[in-house]
Design a protein around this ligand. Structure first.
Ligand SMILES: [Zn+2]
Length: 355
C-alpha cells in the first residue's frame, strides 16, 4: 500500500464516527476524496456522495458505510457510574477493562469499563458480562460530577483503540467495519482519476451513515440518487479463526481475496459480470451464500424504489465488532481492484436483465 494511502487509512480508522454522529469521520473522508471527485452531495442525516462525471442520466453507485458501533449513556448512578445502552451491535462481552472516549458536551472525557476483581468472584458462579453489569467509570464520585463533565443520558461512548500493523500483512484496529470500505471506495475514485478513465455515466462514490442500525443511510441516499446499478462493499467474517464452524458459516479466509455473495438481493447478471471481471484481471476471489438478506447495504439498494441491480464485494475480517478487527492488506488491495475494474467495465446505459 502506498504511504499516502496508508496514512489516510490510519487517520480515518483512528477517528470517531458513531452511528448518528458520523460527521467527524465523513469530513476526513471528504478531505481525501475531494482531489478525485468533481462534486459532493450530502444528505439530511449525514451520508455523503462524491460524484465523478456528474449530470449523466445513467448513474452507478459504489458504496460503503461510514458509521461505527458505539454506546449510549443510559443511566448514571448516584455514585457516578455510567450504565450504557447499545448504539448498533456493540459487544458487551469485550467491554470489561476497555478504555473509552465519552463524547461529552465539553469534549472527549476519558473513561474505563470497570470490572470486579478476580479475588472477589466465586469460581463457577462468575457472572458473564451483560448489559446489566457492565458500566463506565469516568473518575467521578457522584452523579453531579459526571454532569459537570458534560456527560448526560444520550451521550455517545466509543472504545479507545488505535490502528496497528499485525505481522507483515495484517492491519488491526477499531471500526475496519466499515471504514476499510470507505477507504477502498476512496481508492477506487483515486484510481479512476489517476488513470484518466472516461466514464460514460455518473459515478457516485457513497459513504452512507447508519448501516449498523438497519441500513438506514443507504435507504435514504438510494432514494435521493436513484441509481441504475449499485456495487456495495462491507466486511464479512473470516470463518477460519477460532471458533467458527465452517459447515455452518461457510469458509471465507483473510488473504484469499474479496468475497462475492450469492443471495436473492444480489443481482446475478451483475454478479456474473463481476466474476468475469475478476477472472479477466486475475483477481482471486471467494464465494459465500446468504439466505434471504445479505445484512448489508446491498439489501437497501436492491429493494429501493422499483428494484435496483445490486451486488456485494466483501472484505474478509477477523473479530468483527471488537476493538481488534483485523484485515489482510492484500484483500484490501484486491477489493479496490475488483470494484475499480467492475466500474470501468460498465457500458453506456448497460442493462442488467434476467430476460
Ligand atoms: Zn457492523
Amino acid at each position: 500500500m502506498r504511504k499516502k494511502s496508508y496514512s489516510f487509512l490510519e487517520k480515518y480508522l483512528n477517528a470517531n464516527a458513531p452511528v448518528g454522529f458520523e460527521t467527524t469521520g465523513q469530513k476526513i473522508w471528504m478531505e481525501y476524496v475531494k482531489d478525485y471527485a468533481d462534486e459532493f452531495i450530502t444528505d439530511t442525516y449525514g451520508s455523503v456522495a462524491a460524484i465523478i462525471n456528474p449530470n449523466k442520466k445513467y448513474k452507478v453507485v459504489i458504496e460503503a458505510h461510514a458509521d461505527e458501533i458505539s454506546w449510549f449513556v443510559n443511566y448514571i448512578s448516584p455514585e457516578g457510574y455510567i450504565f450504557v445502552r447499545r448504539n448498533g451491535g456493540s459487544d458487551h462481552q469485550i467491554a470489561p477493562s476497555m478504555r473509552v472516549d465519552v463524547h461529552g458536551e465539553k469534549g472527549i472525557i476519558k473513561g474505563v469499563f470497570g470490572w470486579p476483581a478476580i479475588h472477589v468472584r466465586t469460581p463457577g458462579k462468575e457472572a458473564a458480562p451483560s448489559m446489566k453489569n457492565i458500566f463506565v467509570d469516568v473518575g467521578a464520585t457522584k452523579a453531579e460530577e459526571v454532569a459537570e463533565m458534560g456527560i448526560h443520558v444520550g451521550t455517545v461512548i466509543t472504545f479507545e483503540a488505535t490502528t496497528m500493523r499485525l505481522g507483515k500483512k495484517f492491519i488491526t484496529g477499531r471500526a475496519l467495519d466499515n471504514r476499510a470500505g470507505g477507504f477502498m471506495i476512496a481508492e477506487v475514485a483515486r484510481k479512476i482519476k489517476e488513470n484518466k478513465d472516461r466514464l460514460p455515466f455518473s459515478l457516485y462514490v457513497v459513504n452512507a451513515v447508519q448501516e449498523e442500525v438497519g441500513l438506514r443511510g443507504a435507504e435514504m441516499i438510494s432514494r435521493r440518487i436513484k441509481p441504475n446499478v449499485a456495487i456495495v462493499t462491507d466486511v464479512t467474517h473470516d470463518t477460519t479463526s477460532p471458533p467458527y464452524d465452517r459447515k455452518e458459516q461457510g469458509e471465507q479466509v483473510c488473504g484469499k481475496g474479496p468475497v462475492l455473495t450469492y443471495g436473492p438481493a444480489v443481482h446475478n447478471v451483475l454478479l456474473n459480470k463481476i466474476i468475469k471481471v475478476a477472472e479477466q484481471n486475475k483477481i482471486s476471489f471467494q464465494r459465500a451464500a446468504a439466505s434471504r438478506f445479505t445484512g448489508t447495504d446491498t439489501d437497501a439498494f436492491a429493494y429501493s424504489d422499483i428494484g435496483l441491480p445490486s451486488a456485494l464485494i466483501s472484505l474478509p475480517l477477523k473479530y468483527m465488532h471488537t476493538t481488534v478487527e483485523t484485515a489482510h492488506e492484500d484483500d484490501i488491495e484486491k477489493v479496490i481492484d475488483l470494484i475499480y475494474h467492475s466500474v470501468i467495465n460498465i457500458k453506456e446505459n448497460e442493462e442488467f436483465s434476467y430476460f
